[in-house]
Design a protein around this ligand. Structure first.
Ligand code: KG4
Ligand code: ZN
Length: 342
């Protein structure tokens, strides 16, 4: 796609528990990326409490935007458009970002571009890989999503498969809680698994008849819980590191197998991962190896661009901007927004 001129987008993300703002130039150059995380607050409750998240977003959003502008050495005069996540996510949390974006866009007469959160995660790969352009396949694995997506063109997506129940990150978080690691569990399991034996327990890997690219993680999560209960009832000790490593192997094996099956079936030679779980070290290693074996170019964002951030929303918003996407003052938060809907 041809670049028209230098476009600076102020992007806002507030779909879950991070209040984030960024200034991104031409979709690829991150001039600032400010994230105010609420993790410490939600830790007390073992997960994200929607009401608390919304309230905290309201408290933080102006400050985060001011910081993003300052870090970029910019003012609103330098901004060409406002990009904002408008779904999917927690409705109260999304509304804070959407209302803020509309207010700034209206006051400054700037174009308003609503962005799908998953489109943002996928676009995180553009930031550090200037050579990456569609078409490619992308596995989006986060706390709320597990989607295998074909990126046909900028902004044009075909969902090949998705989870039927829990998202991959959700499974990580639930298993972490069961072995006493606390929230968010993904990074903790990642760390603990390094000390464990991945072959210690043979946890199930779900395949769904007739849907080769769909995922299911709730059976795996139950198998882990049953294993722990079984040990406790029999008075046996279990090694949390072995459980973490064996669980992680079951998740990674399924994600790698299904992704590589899709890559081969669709004749793709570029493959990317995105979302919070994309920062998992075992997943990165497994995918890297599988892609090398098939001579496929493998892309993944730095951890800071894997978990929720606004730079990825700025990257996605740029390509939507070039495609002519403009939202009106009636833009609303859509908690169950489908990828590809406008
Ligand atoms: O993308 P993200 O910040 O939020 C959503 O859009 O859901 O992803 C958060 C999820 C959490 O479930 C967290 O446990 C998981 O990503 N996560 C990880 C790792 N880092 C974050 N899971 C596995 N390994 C990691 N290193
Ligand atoms: Zn996310």
């Amino acid at each position: 796609m041809k670049e028209i001129r230098s476009i600076n987008i102020l992007a806002i993300e507030s779909s879950c528990d991070e209040t984030a703002a960024a200034v991104v130039n031409n979709g690829r150059e991150v001039r600032s990326n400010v994230i105010s995380s609420q993790i410490e607050l939600h830790k007390l409750y073992g997960g994200v409490v929607p009401e608390i998240a919304s309230r905290k977003h309201i408290e933080k959003i102006n400050q985060v935007i001011e910081e993003a502008l300052k870090e970029a050495g910019a003012t609103l005069d330098d901004i060409d458009a406002i990009g904002v996540t408008y779904g999917p996510g927690l409705v109260g949390a999304l509304l804070v970002g959407v209302a803020e974006a509309k207010a700034i866009a209206y006051a400054r007469k700037l174009p308003l571009i609503g962005v799908h959160h998953i489109e943002g995660h996928i676009s995180a790969n553009y930031i550090e890989h200037p050579e990456l352009e569609p078409p490619f396949l992308c596995l989006v694995v986060s706390g709320g999503h597990t989607h295998l997506v074909c990126v046909k063109e900028y902004g044009k997506y075909e969902i090949l498969g998705r989870t039927r129940d829990d998202a991959a990150g959700e499974a990580y978080d639930k298993v972490a809680r069961a072995i006493g690691l606390g929230y968010p569990g993904g990074p903790k399991i990642d760390r603990l698994a390094k000390e464990g034996n991945a072959e210690a327990v043979n946890f199930p890997k779900a395949n769904i008849d007739g849907a080769p690219y769909d995922f299911s993680f709730s059976g795996l999560k139950s198998a882990v819980l049953n294993y722990i209960n079984g040990c406790q009832m029999k008075g046996l000790t279990y090694n949390p590191a072995d459980i973490a490593a064996s669980f992680q192997k079951a998740v990674v094996d399924v994600l790698v197998e299904k992704s590589m099956h899709a890559v081969e079936e669709y004749g793709m030679y570029k493959f990317a991962i995105a979302g919070g779980v994309a920062s998992n070290s075992a997943l990165r290693e497994g995918m890297k190896k599988a892609c090398e074996e098939r001579d496929i170019q493998f892309y993944y964002p730095s951890p800071i661009y894997c978990t929720d951030n606004a730079a990825m929303i700025g990257a996605a918003a740029y390509y939507e901007y070039l495609a002519g996407t403009r939202h009106g003052w009636d833009l609303n938060a859509v908690p169950n927004l489908k990828l590809g809907e406008r």
